[in-house]
Design a protein around this ligand. Structure first.
Ligand code: NAI
Length: 467
């Protein structure tokens, strides 16, 4: 590869891109990473996973201080929200982490190029930015992520009608907020602003929340969020949004047919999904094939239809999740270096950071039913877990799905406190092809929330101890 300036050029410095670049450099490849925005870390660090978790955590602490602590015998008075300070904390976290990525690239001898990259040939990339230049590389990795999907008739201005980016930086708590889409973003950001005092209404096209996730878990979360005073209009289609003096008037109608209604709110969050960010990359000119959903087509080695050009993360098929992109970043670097990188897409966890959290890995009951797979279900409620009782986090349950014949774990679905941490055990077991009995016979610390996972695994064979 020595005739090229770099062995590898990664386009995009999100969790997929910067991880791919670091791994490639670790493997001895001369690596550059080009990013169009001044800060590194992509959507996840700048306007996604990280700032949303800062707001989710702080708003939950606020809600606890107002309601929960007193029940535990801790009296607090004069609890007040300082939204500016809350936002400043979020910005500080984002600033530290994005600078941290710059430091990681530097420490690993990855050349950081700033500007918009466009492929002009298989190993040639033109970079428009502060210092325009053309770079050649033996391998190019496209890791440009995704952008918010638009909703016809609802034009985003990032003030009154916002995407997740605007919803992370509202200057004040809106009295009334509409959230269009009951997916990851809608439920997380709806929770934040609801806890801070907004009257939140979630409008969802389908007749359920969190489509694609296990429906029992989704139904339970829906119930718990309604208890938190979040209103839902399921099976509803937003047909338009009109700016009024006070805010926005949304028009909607039932998907099943019926009269159109309106909803007056101060702020609307559009969270109807994301789409691959492939524009302006020169893909057409190079003949890089896309699939029917606008994603870059790759083979199992992350190679596009053009030799030497690879793609990972949100621009290719699979869940649009930062950790999925990271795994693909590692794998593609190892493949380019002549190794055998691999990602097990069957064991990618998904976590929704509501309160309680939802965490899931593997197959849902619906998917197993559709595939005609015989399976056994073990369930365990957090209400029967001692640690959960001590912490007053008794909502939810763990569900383990195991192959009826072999007992191999096929899926684990959790709604409950810290489910996003608890799911790691299930992911590990599934990665090793383990059985429900493997979990059940593994010693779990007492008292811990993890015991609920063990008890659900015991329940697969009808031998849970504490229910
Ligand atoms: P999503 O795909 O999770 O949910 C979109 C929701 O909008 C779906 O329920 C869909 O049925 C609904 N919808 C679509 N069109 C609609 C319409 N016209 N009217 C009403 N509802 C409509 O997408 P979301 O929440 O925008 O998130 C985008 C991506 O970001 C997801 O793929 C997710 O993986 C990722 N993400 C992950 C997070 C995490 O890991 N905790 C947090 C936030 C985002």
């Amino acid at each position: 590869m020595s005739e090229h300036e770099f062995d590898v050029l990664v386009i995009g410095a999100g969790p997929g891109g910067y991880v791919a670049a670091i791994r490639a450099a670790q493997l001895g490849l001369r690596t550059a990473c080009v990013e169009r925005t001044p800060t590194l870390g992509g959507t996840c660090l700048n306007v996604g996973c990280i700032p949303s978790k800062a707001l989710l955590h702080t708003s939950e602490e606020y809600a606890h201080a107002k309601t929960k602590l007193a029940r535990h015998g801790v009296k607090v008075s004069g609890v007040e929200l300082d939204l500016d300070a809350m936002m400043a904390h979020k910005d500080k976290v984002v600033g530290a982490l994005t600078k941290g990525v710059a430091g990681l690239l530097e420490n690993n001898d990855v050349t950081h190029l700033q500007g918009h990259a466009r492929l002009t040939g298989p190993g040639t990339v033109a970079i428009e930015g502060p210092e325009p230049r053309t770079v050649t590389a033996g391998a190019v990795v496209i890791a440009t992520g995704s952008v918010s999907a638009p909703l016809p008739g609802v034009d985003v201005d990032e003030e009154r009608i916002v995407t997740s980016t605007g919803a992370l930086a509202l200057p004040e708590v809106p009295a009334r907020m509409a959230v269009i889409g009951a997916g990851y973003i809608g439920l997380e950001m709806g929770s934040v602003w609801s806890r801070l005092g907004a009257k939140v209404t979630v409008i969802e096209f389908l007749d359920r929340v969190l489509p694609g996730m296990d429906s029992e878990v989704a139904t339970q979360l829906h119930r718990l969020l309604r208890r938190q005073k979040i209103a839902f209009k399921l099976g509803s289609k937003v047909t338009g949004a009109e700016r009024t003096n006070e805010g926005v008037r949304l028009s909607m109608e039932p998907v099943a047919g019926g009269d159109s209604t309106t909803l007056d709110v101060d702020v609307v969050l559009v969270a109807v999904g994301r789409r691959p960010n492939t524009e302006g990359l020169g893909l057409d000119d190079l003949g890089i094939a896309l699939d029917g959903q606008g994603r870059i087509e790759v083979n199992e080695r992350f190679e596009t239809s053009v030799p030497g050009v690879y793609a990972i993360g949100d621009v290719i098929a699979g869940p649009m999740l930062a950790h999925k992109a990271e795994e693909e970043g590692i794998a593609v670097a190892e493949i380019i270096a002549g190794g055998s990188g691999h990602v097990n897409h069957a064991t990618i966890p998904g976590v929704v950071y509501t309160a309680p959290e939802v965490a899931t890995v593997g197959q849902t009951e619906e998917a197993l039913d559709d595939a005609g797979v015989e399976y056994t279900v073990g369930r365990f409620p957090f209400a029967a877990n001692g640690r959960a009782r001590a912490m007053s986090v008794t909502d939810g349950f763990v569900k383990v799905l195991a192959d009826a014949e072999t007992d191999r774990v096929l899926g684990v679905h959790i709604v409950g406190h810290d489910a996003g941490t608890l799911i790691a055990e299930a992911v590990t077991i599934m990665e090793f092809g383990g059985s429900a009995e493997d979990i059940a016979r593994t010693c779990h610390a007492h008292p811990s929330l993890n015991e609920a996972v063990k008890e659900a695994a015991l329940a697969v064979a009808g031998r849970a101890i504490h229910v």
